[in-house]
Design a protein around this ligand. Structure first.
Ligand SMILES: [Zn+2]
Length: 285
């Protein structure tokens, strides 16, 4: 349509005011427009409603580890496609796309660091990589992290954020639940501390293994924590609605599955305090 026709048809051209990307962020909790630079200072907690924005694994590392202390381990370890699995897409293509889009090689970032001066082995899952699912390499990275913690006498902190087991790897994925759990058993026998931090969302095989095995299990406010997802449960029960607060950290706490809920801005101090209190002599700096 040319300008003359446009005028004739009564349309007006609006001057579109572009908001540069990455400056403002609409809160998924209350819809408030938050200034991103301010959100960063507030640890990505909405000042209006307290909603905890989803964080990437590198952001959790910045939040939790002492500045400059994090050294990544097994950075290049990644899943292969041993079953040559295909659903609506080839799993090999999903892996490629996940690596390209997230810049990660796996659904967990692992490394050693200090927190409040205490040596820790830190694993942080990341939902940008195939929904943070637990694949063979994810489990292997966590198992190696726990091995390293036993050698160095470090506390282990795992930040969970996952849709559960990675179905495209079948049993190879499911056995990671047992493998990581067995490693955590060894860590406990060595008298070392393990804290699991459940963030939104923590589901399936992660909840059913290392998510729930922490000596202390902490959740972020409002995090969804469960086994089967809400849509699966609705389907199974043949219902449209579930009770208020279903699978939300605050309800899960009331039912005794987690130990405490800690706001993200209080996490570094809280974790450092727990490590200092609960680690055996010789494992605290
Ligand atoms: Zn909000």
């Amino acid at each position: 349509m040319n300008w003359l026709e446009r005028m004739k048809s009564g349309l007006t051209t609006r001057v579109k005011r572009e908001v540069p990307d990455g400056i403002w962020s609409k809160c998924p909790g209350c819809g408030h427009a938050n200034y991103e630079a301010a959100l960063e200072r507030q640890r990505w907690i909405c000042p209006e409603c307290g909603h905890h924005y989803a964080l990437r694994s590198d952001q959790y590392v910045r939040l939790l580890a002492d500045p400059g202390s994090f050294v990544e381990l097994d950075a290049r370890l990644t899943s292969t496609d041993p079953l040559r699995f295909r659903d609506t897409k080839r799993y090999a293509d999903r892996l490629k796309a996940a690596r390209r889009d997230s810049g990660l090689h796996e659904a967990v970032l692992t490394g050693v660091a200090t927190m409040g001066g205490h040596p820790v082995a830190l694993g942080v899952m990341d939902t940008r990589f195939i929904m943070g699912t637990l694949g063979a390499a994810t489990g292997e990275k966590l198992a190696r992290l726990i091995d390293r913690a036993m050698v160095d006498r470090r506390a282990v902190i795992i930040v969970c954020q996952s849709g559960g087991a990675r179905m495209m790897e079948g049993t190879l994925s499911l056995m990671q639940m047992a493998k990581v759990s067995a490693k955590l058993g060894q860590l406990a026998q060595a008298g070392l501390l393990y804290i699991s931090l459940l963030t939104d969302p923590t589901y399936g095989g992660v909840t059913a293994s290392f998510g729930m095995l922490g000596d202390v299990i902490i959740a972020e406010p409002g995090a969804r924590v469960g086994f089967a997802g809400q849509s699966v449960i609705k389907q199974f029960l043949g219902t449209e609605s579930l009770p208020e607060g279903f699978q939300v950290a605050e309800t899960v706490l009331q039912h005794g599955f987690i130990d405490r809920i800690v706001r993200r801005d209080q996490l570094p101090a809280e974790l450092a305090r727990l490590i200092a209190m609960l680690s055996p002599p010789g494992a605290v700096a």
